[in-house]
Write a protein that binds this ligand. Sequence first.
Ligand SMILES: [Zn+2]
Length: 145
Amino acid sequence: MLEAGGSNPVPVEVAPAVLAQIVAHARSEAPRECCGLLVGRPQLRIVDEAVATANIEPGTTRYVVDPADHFRLLKRLRGTDREIVGGYHSHPRSPAVPSPTDVAQAFSAAFLYLIVSLLDAERPDVRAWRISGEEIRQVPILSDQ
Ligand SMILES: [Zn+2]
């Protein structure tokens, strides 16, 4: 179920350079979905790095983050004050809204799901979501232009 309002969702801050990198990754992988992990400081609700990972799912309508890439990143972040706060993937031919598969695969309400849509090739649409069971909430993205 898609929820529009309710209690105000707390925005997340994503640097413009990070957003640009995610869009570039999406474009380079199309028509396949790209995927990656988001690193930041969860307490401050800041995403300051996007790490591109391999999509080990064959085909064009799904993604699975390469576990080796995931593990390498966990190792790099160990002992720092930064952590994996979410993930991103692309929807080359559909809106930046979680698909039924995205909802089914969501494993943590604390995880931020960022989706970039290339439906309008001129104007990629990037949106952030939190998914808790069947509840889907859009999270506003703050980005200093
Ligand atoms: Zn998706």
